[in-house]
Design a protein around this ligand. Structure first.
Ligand code: 13P
Length: 397
């Protein structure tokens, strides 16, 4: 099933058109996904009213030398970050930290989009300006995490599934009203626990439903099946699993009539498991990861925005740089949380007098990754802190 071939074409049909006895919803002048499958008739993308805007938003986010700042940690995860610098997990502390991040001067030179947690989307800075307005002033597109987190997947090998489809359409419409223009849904696949066919299917189907609902409500969906770093396996095994996962994800994206030009992907890089004794060089990571992308990702997709997944800040930047040594069919960039924020958070330490120097630390990382997106990062002058790995087993976000 996962190998059904996909084909993109531009078809314009009248609103009332019927195809092989099925009524269809039509995107005027929008691209149309056609799937060749014995049992399937022509399927056509909905989201007519947002078709052009989705493509435009995705292109802005995937603009040269820029990537995404993921700052959408749930309150629980943000609490762990704050605890690491001795701060309480209060709304005021979360607000102070996130104000620091988004008000860093010139951040928009390197950052095209920021993923927010719901609290932040509706929050103002410590100075009383809406967070969303600050982002727009910085030329950064506001985004929103829409999934409701991971829970055990019954009937699987101790694996997870991602909640959040119930009520997603109305939540997405409200997020759009509030200024969000893209969305994120993170689900995970565990290699040591299988992955079972059930877990991969559930993850892929959930991502596809979420992507279709997001597009219907004007939000560019970031499609993120995170293949966790957990495990002792080598890089070949990650490559094999990633091929299976992405085949299935694209199969269901097509089946759900998602417009590929209006999505962004957030994959894990293809690396050995965190507990594997053989480490991979940036060139090896780039080689495997680009091979995977070429085998599985249609060039219609505008941007591939990698997660950092527990790599050190420098490692994530070096790997990205290695992937941009030659032109790619897609914008190959970053959507890092830990690999952008770690040194910044530690430098801040919750002290108002450190805000400026912490912002400088964020800008150092943002600029380094901007250079890596352009394939021009040298790795010179990096701090010891930025070389520390941040891997946590079974990481929740
Ligand atoms: P990391 O870069 O810390 O892996 O987080 C990115 C993210 O958004 C995970 O969903």
């Amino acid at each position: 099933m996962a190998s059904a071939s996909l084909l993109k074409t531009a078809v314009i049909l009248d609103k009332s058109e019927w195809v092989k006895g099925q009524s269809i919803r039509v995107a005027p002048a929008a691209s149309v996904a056609v799937r060749s499958h014995p049992a399937a008739s022509l399927t056509v993308r909905a989201a007519a009213s947002y078709a052009d805007e989705l493509v435009k938003t995705a292109k802005i986010i995937a603009s040269p030398g820029r990537g995404i700042l993921a700052m959408d940690e749930s309150n629980a995860t943000c609490g762990k970050r704050l605890a690491s610098i001795g701060l309480e997990n209060t709304e005021a502390n979360r607000q102070a930290y996130r104000t620091l991040l988004i008000t860093a001067p010139g951040l928009g030179n390197y950052i095209s989009g920021a993923i927010l947690f719901e609290e932040t989307l509706y929050q103002s800075t410590t100075e009383g300006e809406k967070m969303v307005d600050v982002l727009i002033r910085q030329n950064i597109v506001p985004g929103i995490k829409v999934d409701k987190g991971l829970v055990p997947l019954a009937g699987s090998n101790d694996e997870s599934w991602c909640q959040g489809l119930d009520g997603l359409a109305s939540r997405s419409a409200a997020y759009y009203q509030q200024g969000a223009r893209f969305a994120k849904w993170r689900t995970v696949v565990s290699i040591p626990n299988g992955p079972s066919a059930l877990a991969v299917k559930e993850a892929s189907w959930g991502l596809a439903r979420y992507a279709a609902i997001s597009q219907d409500n004007g939000l560019v969906p970031i499609v993120e099946p995170e293949i966790l770093l957990d495990g002792e396996h080598g890089i070949e095994r990650t490559f094999e699993v990633a091929q299976k996962v992405w085949a299935e994800v694209f199969f269901y994206l097509a089946e759900n009539n998602v417009t590929f030009e209006g999505i962004l992907l957030k994959p894990s890089m293809v690396t050995p498991g965190a507990e594997c004794k053989d480490k991979a060089t940036p060139d090896q990571v780039a080689d495997y990861t680009l091979r995977l992308l070429r085998l599985r990702i249609p060039p219609a997709v505008p941007g591939i925005m990698f997660l950092s997944g527990g790599q050190s800040e420098v490692e994530a930047t070096l790997n990205l740089n290695a992937m941009n040594q030659a032109p790619n069919p897609w914008h190959v960039s970053f959507s890092y949380a830990r690999a952008l924020q770690n040194t910044c958070l530690k430098t801040w330490g919750g002290r108002p007098e450190n805000v400026k120097v912490a912002q400088d630390a964020l800008l150092v990382r943002a600029k380094a990754n901007s250079l890596a997106q352009l394939g021009k990062y040298t790795g010179e002058g990096e701090s010891e802190e930025s070389k520390q790995g941040m891997y946590v087993k079974n990481y929740s976000y």
